[in-house]
Design a protein around this ligand. Structure first.
Ligand code: FMN
Length: 249
């Protein structure tokens, strides 16, 4: 074969190789969802709320109806930071968490999709597109139409929680009364502390909303399974409650 022909072939081969290599790199990316790629939506810095705590407590209340009006990113981040924001250099949060587990995930369900509040970045991580609000609040359209629903999810796959749970299960296996009691206590403690953690977040959200003249309603999500499916949760991620946020009707 002439050198010219060989070069031509080589060039062809190298182009084919380039295409092949290109595909090898981009195909896995193409097949991954935006959520897998960790697409983030930055939010502004939270701004100080000026209402006194006494006034906020005085105004805190639940609303059963919401206006069909969106809230600003500034208002949203003020709430999210209050609910679960980083307030110290060591990464600790604005609301207490048992042993600093930080095992409660706060999902943000809006008309443009579902997002996960990511406190360390002060941003929202994309989870899913589409309007999933009626999956969170299927029974009441006046609440469902609130522009934002926070969904509190206990991430029981968190290694610290798992270790505590496993210790509880391990201890209950022992015959001795005190080990059994300690094991049962540890198992119950996981359940109770998760609820207390969410309770602290719910009240903080109510207070932040009161301070900004926004309406809020904590909602015992009736169909946890439907909400979990809508948010593509893992098997050890449990929906505890949700909270509608918006403008008063
Ligand atoms: C854990 C929890 C679950 C709730 N679930 C619902 C609910 O499913 N539906 C509803 O209309 N209100 C719900 N609420 C709101 C209460 O009904 C409301 O807080 C109560 O009526 C007192 O009103 P207030 O918040 O204005 O003081 C819930 C509140 C909490 C704390």
């Amino acid at each position: 074969m002439s050198i010219r022909k060989q070069l031509k072939k080589l060039e062809y081969r190298s182009r084919a190789l380039q295409v092949k290599l290109g595909e090898t790199v981009t195909a896995p990316l193409r097949n991954r969802s935006a959520a897998d790629l960790g697409i983030m939506r930055p939010l502004p810095e939270p701004e100080p709320l000026s209402m006194t705590l006494t006034d906020a407590l005085q105004s805190r209340h639940s609303e059963q109806q919401f206006a069909e009006r969106t809230i600003s990113d500034q208002q949203l981040v003020n709430i999210l930071w209050a609910v679960n924001g980083v307030n110290r250099k060591d990464g600790k949060r604005t609301t207490p968490s048992p042993c600093g587990w930080n095992g409660i995930l706060v999902y943000v369900v809006k008309s443009n999709g579902a997002w996960l509040w990511t406190p360390e970045k002060g941003a929202l991580t994309y989870v899913k597109g589409g309007d999933l609000r009626s999956s969170v609040v299927p029974l009441n359209p006046l609440v469902a139409r609130a522009p934002v629903h926070l969904v509190y999810v206990a991430d029981l796959s968190s290694t610290r929680l798992k270790a505590f749970e496993s210790a509880g299960e391990f201890l209950t296996l022992f015959r001795s009364g005190s080990s059994k009691r300690l094991g049962a206590w540890a198992n119950n403690a996981v359940r109770s502390t998760v609820m207390i953690d969410v309770g602290a977040k719910v009240q903080t959200c109510y207070l932040a909303c009161a301070a900004m003249g926004l309406a809020s309603l904590c909602w015992y999500t009736p169909d946890h399974q439907k909400t979990a499916e809508a948010l593509s949760l893992g098997p050890r991620q449990v929906v505890i409650a949700s909270q509608a946020v918006g403008h008063p009707f």
